[in-house]
Design a protein around this ligand. Structure first.
Ligand code: PEP
Ligand code: MN
Length: 339
């Protein structure tokens, strides 16, 4: 941390701030410049709000942080990168690119089994499907709840695919964890801290989606909540952020992939379905995500998108998904990975 004092700070001001820095447990080094005095603070500033305490002092102009505020999510914790096993031999963050596919919502047993078989045939490695749905309007389909979990688990058993599904509240964690291989935290819940803490106490892989309004730093701090409770199995998911653009549902922040990869050791996957909102744009964004270094994708697929109870406009039909997977293999190869 570097504390910059206001112009004209007197000797007694410098001394007051220096003492406070020492009190906070840092070793202060006062540097007097031509116009300003700065105090270099030696010590670990992460996970504390000492900068705020110092910034509140009258003679202080600003405090510059040197270290990132997260520790466990930081690249320095595991420079090689973390691999997250999600069940049935599937690992996210390894050489193999992992594709999770399936409908937005579980609608009935034959729908989920049918789509599970089709995505499996096309080469998907895991099955997605929502049973607890975070819908913007309270009148929209809210998901089948526990019944939906049972159907999803049955589809998982039939196909041998690990299953990924969302959990929305801390009270549901136990039930969802009984059925799912991976627990998804939706964009709207990325800063639901009681939920994150509860998930941190499980040993299940967590697919953490970036919120539509969260910065990369806030996103990594959300991951830190889970890691800090003892669960190391976190997968980050970029799913588009809200911008002024209305031609797409959200704006896929492709640059978040290399940024997250530089700042964190956690695997990064991309959701081009919620990012774009339209199925036509999904395949090109899948290719772009892999080219940018993503470890995997989560894609919405529906056998009959026109009849889907949620997100039909952004769902690929199984044949389109299959076609996308075939093209994807070229991109995967080009970045030296496997599918
Ligand atoms: C979903 O995966 O169906 C979903 C609701 O995604 P998000 O939380 O990214 O909007
Ligand atoms: Mn959806």
């Amino acid at each position: 941390m570097i504390v910059v004092l206001k112009e004209g700070a007197k000797d007694e001001d410098v001394e007051k701030v220096r003492k406070k820095i020492e009190e906070l447990g840092y070793e202060p080094h006062v540097l007097r410049g031509m116009f300003r005095t700065v105090i270099n603070c030696i010590g670990d500033e992460r996970g504390k709000s000492d900068n705020k305490i110092l910034e509140a002092m009258e003679p202080v102009d600003k405090v510059l942080m040197v270290l990132e505020p997260y520790r466990l999510a930081s690249k320095t914790t595991n420079p090689e990168g973390t691999k997250v096993p999600i069940g049935k031999g599937v690992v996210v963050g390894g050489e193999k690119v992992v594709v999770i596919a399936g409908p937005c919502s579980v609608e009935n047993e034959s729908q989920i089994i049918d789509v599970a078989q089709k995505v499996k045939e096309a080469g998907a490695h895991a099955l997605r499907g929502g049973a607890f749905k975070p819908r913007t309007a309270p009148y929209s389909f809210q998901g089948l709840g526990k019944k939906g979990l049972e159907m999803l688990a049955e589809a998982g058993r039939k196909t041998g695919l690990p299953i990924v599904t969302e959990v929305m509240s801390p009270e549901d964690v136990k039930t969802v964890a009984e059925y799912a291989d991976v627990l998804q935290v939706g964009a709207r819940n990325v800063q639901n801290f009681p939920l994150l803490k509860k998930l941190g106490k499980t040993n299940k892989p967590i697919l953490l989606k970036r919120g539509m309004m969260t910065t990369i730093e806030e996103f990594l701090l959300a991951a830190e909540y889970i890691l800090a409770e003892g669960n190391p199995n976190v997968i980050l998911c970029e799913r588009g952020i809200r911008t002024f653009e209305t031609a797409t549902r959200n704006t896929l922040d492709i640059s978040a992939i290399p940024v997250l990869k530089k700042k964190s050791h956690l695997p990064v996957i991309v959701d081009p379905s919620h990012a774009t909102g339209y199925w036509e744009y999904v395949p090109p964004m899948c290719y772009a995500a892999i080219a940018a270094g993503a470890d995997g994708l989560i894609v919405e697929v529906h056998t009959n998108p026109e009849e889907a109870l949620s997100d039909g406009t952004q769902s690929l039909k199984p044949e389109k998904f299959k076609n996308m997977m075939e093209n994807l293999s070229k991109f995967v190869k080009a970045v030296g990975r496997k599918l």
